[in-house]
Design a protein around this ligand. Structure first.
Ligand SMILES: C[S@@+](CC[C@H](N)C(=O)[O-])C[C@H]1O[C@@H](n2cnc3c(N)ncnc32)[C@H](O)[C@@H]1O
Length: 236
């Protein structure tokens, strides 16, 4: 299935820029970097690295990085911006890395884009060394269940966040700022069961609020937090 990322690559690169989009800048980067810093990995894999921004952030902290993504135009851009980096055109379901070869796998808003979640989690477990970590930022499942309704207005003008068919896993077409892609709605239980089924141990769970910004969007993100952050450890 073409998930739209090839055709959306240019628009994505423009939206992300060098500092990330609103959600990365004001909500996710700080907790994701704090987790990565606390783990002090020597070698990290960024699963679905896009144009490589998080690899570059990790590399600037002295981490050796591998970025994988099946979207060739995004990997081209990652290589252009970070020529000494290791970037590979491949999907999370079949990784070219050796067994137990990384200390950290980062999935920064990419699990929602991966059609075969089970295969991807198996590969994460395979390439992590025992005691290594999987650090995840994901869209909240109630958020992916809100497409296409999302925020609506009541007759009295107040706003409500509307979700539906929460337990029904499905591809979701979504479009914003020139990007048109299909990702996946899965209930939170699908992610948790998949991770627990691979023997991962949950060490950290957060629903981060926006920091350093106080606009309407921040208000909406506090009412219905867009994202979650989880850190899982490979036990053995
Ligand atoms: C929302 S973007 C996030 C990119 C990057 N992690 C970031 O935060 O900027 C989702 C990424 O997942 C990638 N992707 C889609 N299918 C994938 C798959 N099967 N395996 C790995 N990555 C995939 C897309 O190409 C896209 O770069």
């Amino acid at each position: 299935m073409d998930n739209g990322w090839n055709d959306s690559a240019r628009a994505w690169i423009d939206v992300i820029g060098e500092d990330g989009d609103w959600g990365r800048k004001y909500v996710l980067d700080a907790p994701m970097l704090a987790q990565a810093d606390a783990l002090s990995p020597r070698r990290a894999l960024d699963l679905g690295c896009g144009e490589g921004r998080f690899c570059r952030l990790l590399a600037s902290r002295g981490v050796t990085t591998v970025g994988i993504d099946p979207t060739a135009a995004l990997i081209d851009e990652a290589r252009r911006r970070h020529p000494e980096g290791d970037y590979r055109v491949e999907g999370a379901e079949a990784l070219s890395l050796d067994d137990a070869s990384v200390d950290l796998v980062v999935a920064y808003l990419s699990l929602i884009d991966i059609a075969n979640l089970g295969a991807a989690l198996r590969e994460c477990r395979r390439v992590l060394r025992p005691g290594g970590h999987l650090l995840i930022a994901n869209l909240q499942a109630f958020n992916t269940a809100a497409v296409p309704l999302g925020w609506t207005r009541e007759p009295d003008g107040s706003r409500r966040f509307c979700i539906d068919h929460y337990l029904h896993e499905r591809p979701v077409e979504t479009a914003w700022r020139g990007i048109r892609i299909t990702n996946w709605h899965r209930p939170l239980s699908t992610y948790m069961a998949g991770l627990l089924g691979e023997g991962f141990v949950l060490e950290h769970f957060a629903e981060p609020a926006p920091q350093g910004v106080d606009d309407d969007k921040a208000d909406r993100y506090r009412r219905a937090p867009n994202f979650l952050v989880m850190r899982w450890r490979k036990a053995s």
